[in-house]
Ligand binder design. Structure first.
Ligand SMILES: CC(C)(COP(=O)(O)OP(=O)(O)OC[C@H]1O[C@@H](n2cnc3c(N)ncnc32)[C@H](O)[C@@H]1OP(=O)(O)O)[C@@H](O)C(=O)NCCC(=O)NCCS
Length: 159
């Protein structure tokens, strides 16, 4: 799916030259909302994950897919998917939260996955986003996990 418009905002795959701004948004929102739930090790692991050249190369090869929500040229939210149907990152800028952007990014992604023949989507939810994913209809598939300084709840949504 190429592009979807909603209330003046456009959701579409990000372009190569938008990678830097997209990861800057992720890091900014992470520091504002998620950092307190992570140990120092977890924060360093997260920073290394988004700054990793391998991730960028996987994006360039189309293996790691990233979709952005844009207000004009400015990115205000993003969602990424790996391994075909696993949500890797979902971040909405502070000033743009609670306006339906996260839900619209999610719908866009789910529609893409249905078109591709996927039957479910999975996520390891951050502690902060558990309420959001439950609101979106996700259900827990396991108890809270803790790995490499990061705690998360594995969830799924049947498409
Ligand atoms: C989680 C996040 C992506 C939600 O984005 P958003 O654009 O604010 O979400 P929406 O406005 O689309 O909200 C959709 C619904 O979820 C609810 N919701 C949003 N955030 C919520 C939260 N933290 N807890 C409980 N419910 C939440 C909204 O009230 C709304 O409910 P409604 O349909 O009854 O109105 C955003 O808060 C964020 O970037 N958080 C920090 C990063 C993060 O934790 N990402 C997840 C990584 S796995």
């Amino acid at each position: 799916m190429e592009m979807r418009e909603h209330e003046g905002r456009i959701i579409r795959p990000i372009r190569d030259e938008e990678w830097g701004d997209t990861m800057a948004l992720v890091w900014r929102v992470f520091l504002r909302y998620e950092v307190e739930d992570y140990s120092t090790e977890g924060v360093n692991n997260f920073r290394d994950f988004i700054a990793d050249d391998t991730l960028y190369m996987m994006f360039r090869q189309g293996v790691y897919r990233v979709f952005g929500c844009f207000e004009g040229p400015k990115i205000c939210g993003m969602i990424s998917v790996r391994s075909g149907n696993h949500i890797s990152l979902l971040f909405v800028d502070e000033k743009s939260q609670r306006q339906g952007i996260g839900a619209n990014l999610m719908r866009y992604l789910c529609d893409c996955l249905v078109e591709e023949g996927q039957s479910r989507v999975t996520v390891n939810s951050s502690p902060y986003a558990v309420g959001f994913y439950h609101r979106m209809g996700f259900t827990d598939t396991d108890e809270v996990q803790y790995s490499q300084g990061i705690s998360f709840t594995p969830m799924e949504f049947i498409l």
